[in-house]
Design a binder for this molecule. Structure first.
Ligand code: HMG
Ligand code: MG
Length: 297
């Protein structure tokens, strides 16, 4: 395997959205600017969701207008509805991400809407985005288990992913929100989705709750996926997913990929230094083993 893998860095959004301490807007801006200098091509910057639901990202507009956007880097933001889309458009966002789930119960807790209702909310966003020249990414959460419903049928994952792609999402990210997946299950789920949506339009998004994220990613790479979501320093967790711990750490993913002979374009020492900087700002150890190891050398 000697391929390019695009890392979608979700630290500034997924990493920080559930953080208990309030993080200064200036620190969020500095984080994104530092990440922009590491060679990453996609950095999810923030969310234009309801500030009542996710207070940590209430400063989305200030963060987005404060960053230095590098040519060649995309800065997608989450939008749950048209109101979020309009807020994003007002500050010059060029890519948005809509999000739903393969589990009805999770989607209700996360967005106060069932799956079909969330699709109805996305339809006008996708229509407008096409006219506005805005790229739209789609997320499917709970692809390998739900904190409320337990098992999630793969057929539901396929149905929701297919629908997002058919509505115009250029890429669909498959989220193991609670990190419950294991490698064979993850590969089987991806294979099933790839029979309905081209592999080139799929991404994987693993949380590391049970320490399975890297193994799951490795097995999905074998299936052919070439876009991997990850968060620097392994921060993160969804506020509406009980027990969901951090995302897989970007540094660990990049170390593994480079070791496999794959190309990411990411400067690993610079990424690891950014992870350590963030961990210092958060007042705790980095959640990245690679980040720790590189600090010790
Ligand atoms: P709702 O309360 O049903 O919304 O929330 P509503 O339309 O009834 O509006 C209620 C209030 O919210 C109103 O204000 C609206 O103006 C306001 P009020 O009149 O009461 O003052 N509002 C907004 N304000 C700013 N921006 C907006 C917006 N929309 C409404 N866009 C809603 C529905 C979807 C808005 C809410 O549930 C929400 O924001 N949910 C987002 C939750 C979230 O961000 N979760 C984490 C991201 S998903 C994730 O982490 C998973 C992922 O990483 C993949 C994986 O790991 O699986 C992507
Ligand atoms: Mg997530």
């Amino acid at each position: 395997m000697n391929d390019f893998v695009r890392i979608v860095e979700v630290g500034p959004r997924d990493g920080l959205q559930n953080e208990k301490q309030l993080i200064a807007t200036a620190d969020k801006i500095e984080l994104i600017n530092r990440l922009s200098a590491t060679g990453l091509r996609s950095i999810e910057a923030t969310s234009f969701v309801s500030p009542k639901w996710v207070p940590q990202l209430a400063d989305a507009a200030d963060v987005f207008t404060g960053i230095q956007r590098r040519p060649g880097v995309s800065y997608p933001v989450l939008v749950p509805n048209e109101q979020g889309y309009e807020r994003a458009l007002a500050v010059g966002v060029e890519e948005v991400a809509v999000f739903t789930a393969a589990s009805e119960q999770f989607n209700l807790k996360n967005t106060n809407a069932g799956i079909d209702e969330s699709m109805r909310r996305f339809a006008p966003i996708l229509t407008r985005a096409q006219a506005d020249g805005i790229k739209v990414r789609g997320y499917v959460s709970t692809v390998l288990g739900c904190p409320y419903q337990g098992e999630v049928p793969v057929a539901e994952v396929v149905r929701v992913a297919r629908q997002l792609h058919a509505m115009g999402c250029y890429e669909v990210s498959l989220g193991d929100t609670i990190g419950a997946g294991t490698p064979r299950k993850a590969a089987a789920m991806l294979r099933a989705v790839a029979a309905a949506v081209p592999m080139a339009a799929l991404a994987v998004h693993f949380h590391d709750t049970y320490g399975q994220a890297l193994a799951n990613i490795a097995s999905c790479l074998e299936e052919g996926v070439r876009v991997v979501d990850a968060a620097v320093a392994g921060t993160g967790g969804c506020p509406y997913a009980r027990g969901a711990s951090g995302n897989v750490a970007s540094e660990d993913v990049v170390y593994m990929l480079h070791g496999m002979g794959m190309v990411t374009g990411v400067d690993l020492p610079a990424l690891a230094a950014t992870g350590r900087w963030l961990s210092e700002r958060l007042g705790r150890d980095t959640g990245s083993k690679t980040g720790k190891a590189l600090a010790a050398t």
